[in-house]
Design a protein around this ligand. Structure first.
Ligand SMILES: [Zn+2]
Ligand SMILES: [Zn+2]
Length: 267
């Protein structure tokens, strides 16, 4: 295996039942059940295991009325990844569902965009509306990691390791970044919340929580440019991910899927 080819897994840890009008600016005329799934992702390769986003825990789930399906830690262990041994965590952005569980990775350094930390600690947080997806304890925990020498900042595009690059997207959150990974099926893009659902990027629709609608729409073009095909874009919250990709191994059905196998293939 070449030294820039990686395995990529999506690990589902939570879900939230809701109707489709809640998922789009302007609502949705169909008004159907359209739940969101919550994921973290694991990139496994010659650079070790890199975790993308850290999810939230049971306490936060109750507070936000979201259901934990399987704790993040359990999903990683099921995949054979010991969280305490993980040295690299990428944080797509600092919304509560992407940067909690901050005691689960005691050895990790956290990779974050400059603009996300500035956004989450600056004047925009003076506004209640902008604060909605943030939790002060999450932000404080990240500041503490800065002072502990455990945050690596990025500005725009950067190479994390051979075959793994970070790309600022903005839009949904000011410093949101996506992750492009070279795999045996080509370049896969972990979009995180650069597109919550396939329908956002494919139909040019926008999730209601957004720092900038214009940047969100431009972000869709970025995702398409970075991915080898539309099927190489992995949305951050779409339950279809679990149907389109095969489970990583027996016992992980509807829980951990392998994003490096062809869409629709089954093991
Ligand atoms: Zn978000
Ligand atoms: Zn999210």
């Amino acid at each position: 295996m070449s030294d820039d080819i990686h395995e990529v897994y999506a690990i589902r840890y939570g879900q939230h039942s809701r109707r489709s009008p809640e998922n789009f600016i302007g609502g949705d005329p169909h008004d159907v059940l359209q739940p969101l799934d919550y994921f973290v992702w694991a990139i496994v390769g010659p650079s070790g295991t890199i975790v993308v986003d850290t999810g939230f825990d049971e306490v936060m789930g109750r507070r936000r009325q979201r259901q934990i399906v399987k704790p993040v830690r359990d999903g990683l262990l099921a995949l054979g990844v010991a969280p305490e041994s993980v040295e690299t965590v990428i944080i797509s952005h600092m919304h509560y569902d992407h940067c909690g569980n901050y005691e689960v990775f005691p050895r990790a350094r956290y990779h974050l965009q400059d603009r996300e930390m500035a956004y989450g600690t600056g004047r925009c947080m003076c506004h209640a509306h902008q604060r909605i997806p943030f939790e002060v304890d999450d932000v404080v925990a990240m500041v503490r990691k800065v002072f502990a020498g455990r945050v690596v900042f990025h500005d725009g595009q950067d190479t994390l390791a051979p075959g793994i690059t970070l790309h600022h997207v903005g839009g949904h959150s000011k410093g949101l970044q996506c992750v492009r990974v070279n795999t045996r099926r080509g370049h896969v893009v972990l979009a995180a919340d650069a597109t919550h659902l396939y329908s956002h990027v494919n139909e040019g629709r926008v999730f209601p929580i957004t720092y900038s609608v214009a940047e969100t729409l431009e972000g869709y073009a970025t995702l398409k440019r970075l991915a080898d095909s539309p099927d190489h874009i992995i949305p951050g919250h779409d339950p279809l991910v679990l149907e389109r990709y095969p489970f990583a191994r027996t016992g992980l059905e509807k829980w951990v899927v392998d994003l490096t196998r062809e869409v629709g293939s089954r093991q």
